[in-house]
Design a binder for this molecule. Structure first.
Ligand code: PLP
Ligand code: LYS
Length: 461
C-alpha cells in the first residue's frame, strides 16, 4: 500500500491540519516566497533556474548540487541596500561564503561580516575592501586578531574582556587604532529554536547588559583610549519573524548608550542590531519584506533615541539567511522509494544530512517538489531522507509528493542557500556537493564538487 492511501497518516501532521492536504495541481505548483525568482516549471513540466533546465544542470554538474539563482541573490542584496538606505548592510558570510558571492556582495554595495580567519581569508582573496568588513566571534585567536589588524578590517566586534585585552595589546604593539563595537547580550528571549537564539542571558556570546559587563567593557575601552569604540552591537538570534524582539533589544541597548553618555560624556556614533530575519521554508512561513523591516526598525530606533535624548546613531544590520537563503535550491536524484505500510513513504535521495544538517540539528522544516516532470498522480505524504548511516538523516520531514515518484526522478528542496553548504560535512566520506550559479541561460561552478581524492588527500596515515 502506498502511504497516501493510509487515512491514519494525516494525523501525523498534527496541528498543520488540512491546509497541508494538496491536490495534484498543488503538488506541481511553485509557491512564490519559497523559490528563487527565476525558477519556473516549463511547459514540459521540469524546473528551470536562470533559464537553464535542471536536467541540463544535472547532466553537466551531477547531483546533489546547490543551484544558485544569481539574479535572485543580486536582487535580494539590492532590496536590502535600498530598504536600509541610511544604514550599512553587512552580509553575514557565515550563511554562505565563497569568492563569487563575496564579489556579488561587493558589486551590490553591501558590507561583509566574517567570523573566522577562514572567512576573512576568502573575503580578502576575493578582493573585498577590508574597511567594509566586520569581524565577529566569541573566541578570536591572537593570530586572527593580528590578521584582521594587519588587513585593516573596519571594525572588530569584541566579545569578552580577554579579547579586549588581546586587541589592546596588539594595537599598542602595532600602533593601530582599530574600530570596535561591544557585543551586548540584551536578555531577549527570541522566538526561534533555542540553538539559534543568542541574546538570552545564559549563553556564550557577548557581554551581559543586566549583569553590568557590557557597561564595564565599553567604559574600559573608552578609559584606555587605545581602541576606537564606535558603538554597541546586538544580535538576538536567527530565523525570527516577530520584530518585537528587535524592539526590546533596541530599547535596552539605547538605554545602555545613554548610560555610557551620562557616565563618560561619549555619545557612540554607531549601532548594530545584527541579523536574524526569517525566510519561508514552507508555505506556513510568512517573512517580511526588507522595506517593512526597515520601516519598523528605523521607527523603533528613532523613538527610543528620542526617549533617551540621544542622537540617532548610524545603524547597521547583518542579514545572512534573508539574502542568500531563498536564492538556492538543492537538486537531488531519487535512489529508492520505500513504503512503510500505513506509516509513510520514504524517498531516499543521493545527499542528506551532510549537505543539509539543519533538519537534524534544529528540527527545521523544508519543502520539496518533483523537479524533472509534472505528475498528475495523487499527492502522497512523503519523508525525503538522505543516504547516510543515520536514522535521523532527514532532509524534509513531511511533504506531499506525487505518488508516482520513482528512482531516477529529481527532487528540488528550496531555501538551502543559507547554512547548508556552509555547515556541510563529509560524514560517511560523502563528498560535499558543488554550488552552481545560474544566470541568463548560463551556468558556472562557483564551488566545485569535492572528490574522493580530496578526502583521501587529507588522510596522510
Ligand atoms: C552576530 C551575527 N550576525 C548576523 C548573523 C546572521 O544571521 P541570519 O543569517 O539569521 O541573518 C548571525 C547568525 O545568526 C550572527 O551570529
Ligand atoms: N546556523 C544557524 C543560524 C545561526 C548561525 C549564526 N549565529 C542556522 O542554520 O539556522
Amino acid at each position: 500500500m502506498r502511504a497516501h492511501e493510509a487515512g491514519a497518516l494525516h494525523g501525523d501532521l498534527g496541528s498543520r491540519g488540512p491546509a497541508w492536504l494538496r491536490t495534484p495541481e498543488d503538488v506541481n505548483a511553485l509557491v512564490s516566497p519559497l523559490w528563487p525568482r527565476t525558477v519556473r516549471r516549463t511547459e514540459a513540466g521540469s524546473l528551470e533556474i536562470g533559464g537553464v533546465s535542471v536536467a541540463d544542470l544535472a547532466a553537466d554538474y551531477g547531483t546533489p548540487a546547490y543551484l544558485l539563482d544569481e539574479e535572485d541573490l543580486r536582487g535580494r542584496c539590492r532590496d536590502f541596500a535600498a530598504a536600509f538606505a541610511d544604514a550599512d548592510v553587512y552580509y553575514a558570510g557565515k550563511s554562505f561564503l565563497c569568492k563569487a558571492v563575496v564579489r556579488v556582495v561587493e558589486e551590490e554595495g553591501l558590507f561583509l561580516d566574517v567570523c573566522s580567519g577562514g572567512e576573512l581569508a576568502v573575503a580578502l582573496a576575493a578582493g573585498f575592501p577590508p574597511e567594509r568588513m566586520g569581524f565577529h566571534g566569541n573566541n578570536k585567536s591572537v593570530s586572527e586578531l593580528s590578521r584582521a589588524l594587519e588587513a585593516g578590517v573596519g571594525r572588530i566586534i569584541v566579545d569578552s574582556f580577554q579579547e579586549i585585552a588581546r586587541l589592546t595589546e596588539l594595537a599598542r604593539r602595532t600602533g593601530k587604532r582599530p574600530g570596535v563595537l561591544v557585543r551586548v547580550t540584551v536578555g531577549v528571549e527570541a522566538h526561534t529554536h533555542e540553538f539559534i537564539a543568542t541574546a538570552h542571558e545564559d549563553q556564550k556570546f557577548g557581554f551581559s547588559l543586566a549583569g553590568g559587563a557590557a557597561f564595564a567593557a565599553a567604559a574600559q575601552i573608552i578609559d584606555e583610549g587605545v581602541l576606537d569604540l564606535r558603538g554597541l552591537h546586538s544580535h538576538i538570534g536567527s530565523q525570527i519573524f516577530d520584530t518585537s524582539g528587535f524592539e526590546v533589544a533596541a530599547r535596552r541597548i539605547l538605554e545602555l548608550q545613554a548610560q555610557i553618555r551620562d557616565a563618560r560624556g561619549v555619545e557612540l556614533p554607531e549601532l548594530d542590531l545584527g541579523g536574524g530575519f526569517g525566510i519561508a521554508y514552507t508555505t506556513q512561513d510568512d517573512p517580511s519584506a526588507p522595506g517593512d523591516l526597515a520601516k519598523r526598525i528605523n521607527k523603533i530606533v528613532e523613538s527610543e533615541c528620542e526617549l533617551a535624548s540621544l542622537r540617532v546613531p548610524k545603524l547597521s544590520i547583518e542579514p545572512g539567511r534573508a539574502i542568500v537563503g531563498p536564492s538556492v535550491f538543492t537538486l537531488y536524484e531519487v535512489g529508492t522509494v520505500k513504503d512503510v505500510d500505513g506509516i509513510r513513504t520514504y524517498v531516499s535521495v543521493d545527499g542528506g544530512m551532510s549537505d543539509n544538517i539543519r533538519t537534524a540539528l534544529y528540527d527545521a522544516s523544508y519543502s520539496a517538489t518533483l523537479a524533472n516532470r509534472r505528475s498528475e498522480a495523487e499527492p502522497m505524504l512523503a519523508r525525503v531522507v538522505g543516504k547516510h548511516c543515520e536514522a535521523g538523516d532527514i532532509v524534509v520531514k513531511d511533504e506531499f509528493l506525487p505518488a508516482d515518484v520513482q528512482p531516477g526522478d529529481f527532487i528540488a528542496v528550496p531555501g538551502t542557500g543559507a547554512y547548508c553548504r556552509s555547515m556541510a560535512s563529509n560524514y560517511n566520506h560523502v563528498p560535499r556537493p558543488p554550488v552552481v550559479a545560474v544566470r541568463d541561460g548560463a551556468a558556472r561552478v562557483i564551488v566545485r564538487r569535492e572528490t574522493e581524492d580530496d578526502l583521501l588527500a587529507l588522510d596522510v596515515g
